[in-house]
Design a protein around this ligand. Structure first.
Ligand code: IMP
Ligand code: MG
Length: 194
């Protein structure tokens, strides 16, 4: 198999998807550009950078992003924040589920999340990490909705600004489905009500 074979994704529309908003090639190009910017900003932080992917939505994004960063020593510590439960598509507030990342004192923290919506997740994690002695905290999201709550939440790195629609794919789910799709798209109405 050619080394790049796994990077060529199948963007054919799944039957539950209405339209593709961000194709896989656009995601890959944007991830590379974000990684260049982040790599430059953290050039001083060798061994003192902790990347905190917010599970489960940032699973694919974080995996691609860290591999595109310069090969320096960094830690990866997962955290889980619940906001939407199951089939709800409107926010219900955020809570950290399970253990918080450890040994944050003096570390530069980069939170990686799939999408910035109400801003609850980023605000919560930022204040927790600062309270735990992080040297500084920045955030990187693949998507940000063009709504006041998202645009007013501090976030240093943003992949794409999108309209206020419910999206799935590339880690984002509806009832834990569709995270595996290689693109970001909107769901058909009949798939939402099923
Ligand atoms: P926030 O805390 O309201 O900013 O929302 C962040 C979390 O809500 C994300 O990490 C997602 O898990 C979830 N979320 C928000 N909007 C969407 C969407 O359009 N599709 C899927 N999940 C979403
Ligand atoms: Mg989710």
């Amino acid at each position: 198999m050619a080394p790049d074979a796994l990077r060529i994704h199948d963007d054919r529309l799944h039957e539950d998807i209405e339209k593709v908003l961000v194709p896989s090639a656009a995601i890959a190009a944007r991830v590379r550009a974000l990684a260049i910017a982040i790599g430059e900003d953290y050039s001083h932080a060798d061994g003192r950078l902790t990347v905190v992917p917010v599970m489960t939505g940032s699973l694919l994004f974080a995996a691609d992003l860290v591999r595109a960063l310069p090969q320096r020593r960094m830690r990866i510590q997962l955290t889980t924040v619940s906001s939407y439960g199951g089939t709800h598509t409107a926010t219900r507030g955020s809570a950290i589920v399970g253990a918080l990342p450890k040994h944050l004192e003096g570390h530069h923290i980069l939170i990686v999340d799939d999408i910035l919506d109400s801003g609850g997740t980023l605000r919560l994690l930022r204040s927790e990490f600062i309270a735990r002695g992080a040297a500084d905290v920045r955030a990187c999201v693949l998507l940000r909705k063009r709504i006041p709550s998202a645009l007013s939440t501090p976030c240093e790195y943003v992949g794409f600004d999108i309209d206020d629609e419910f999206v799935v794919g590339y880690g984002l789910d509806y009832d834990d489905l569709y995270r595996n799709l290689p693109y970001v798209g909107t769901l058909r109405k009949d798939a939402l009500s099923r």
